[in-house]
Design a protein around this ligand. Sequence first.
Ligand code: NCD
Length: 309
Amino acid sequence: MDALPHILTAQAFSKEFLESVFARTDEMVARGGKHYRSDALCGKKVFLLFLEPSTRTRESFAAAALALGASVRSLDNPKETMSLKKGETLSETVYTLSRYYDAIVLRQSEAYVAREAALASSVPVINAGDGPNEHPTQAILDLYTVREWHKKIDGLTVLIAGDLMYGRTVHSLVYALSLYKIKKLIFVPHPLLPLPRQVQKYAELHGIPCEETDCFWRAVPEADVIYQTRVQKERLKDEAVAADSAPKIDEHILAVTKKDACILHPLPHGGELARTALEDPRTLCFSAQEDNGLFTRMALLEMIFEQTN
Ligand code: NCD
């Protein structure tokens, strides 16, 4: 399977790969979802090396690995407690972990470093977010959620709003969507945080019509999927880039949103989702997206270990 065993970038995905993860996820959902258990990873040890905060990604990977029978280790404060603190490089850290563990799930704050770390590793490395660059497994769960809601991905108009510059989930999502016949991608960025040129170019080279606008309410009625994101404050050098000027989903936006559209957000959220948006049944971030994070990661881990056994 092309994208395995390392999962570093959504650019390495193929449609066949995504469809096989989705099919495996469907099976796990049918066989109990959260209650699915197998011994596919029995005797395996998975290390979660999270050098940035995380709730959903870290815990869904942990729960997924545990459901498949693996042992899971993760440190609360690895930057302080590992030899990284003494100046050891991430590559050396990952190299060492790969001598003890069977897979490493890695989140850290620098772009492209996951790739470097994977080169040092003798076991699969899964990029769980490399700074502002990518978050490929989030794209898998996002697409699975869209496919579940709309029963298709081809032909949809997808609107992506918020911090498109530093939102790594956005970049991976655009790469993954580029494998489908998307009708149109509409970008509504925070005025100071536009999508990196090369990300849009990637979609265009894959034949996806792209459009950028600052008029959220005018673009929304066209969208089958609205993907909202938070301003990545931790990556901003200029604190003055207020979240307030970001597009926001409130009752006015909801009123012009298609009845059958879905609203996604990778979470955590800030002011960009009003309470009415959180309560709207079309908003899936605290329901389907969270569940699918667990289910797709169970599928992915099982497939990775089939490949490496
Ligand atoms: C995202 C991330 O860490 O990139 N969260 C997640 O993994 N679900 C989005 C964010 O932090 O805004």
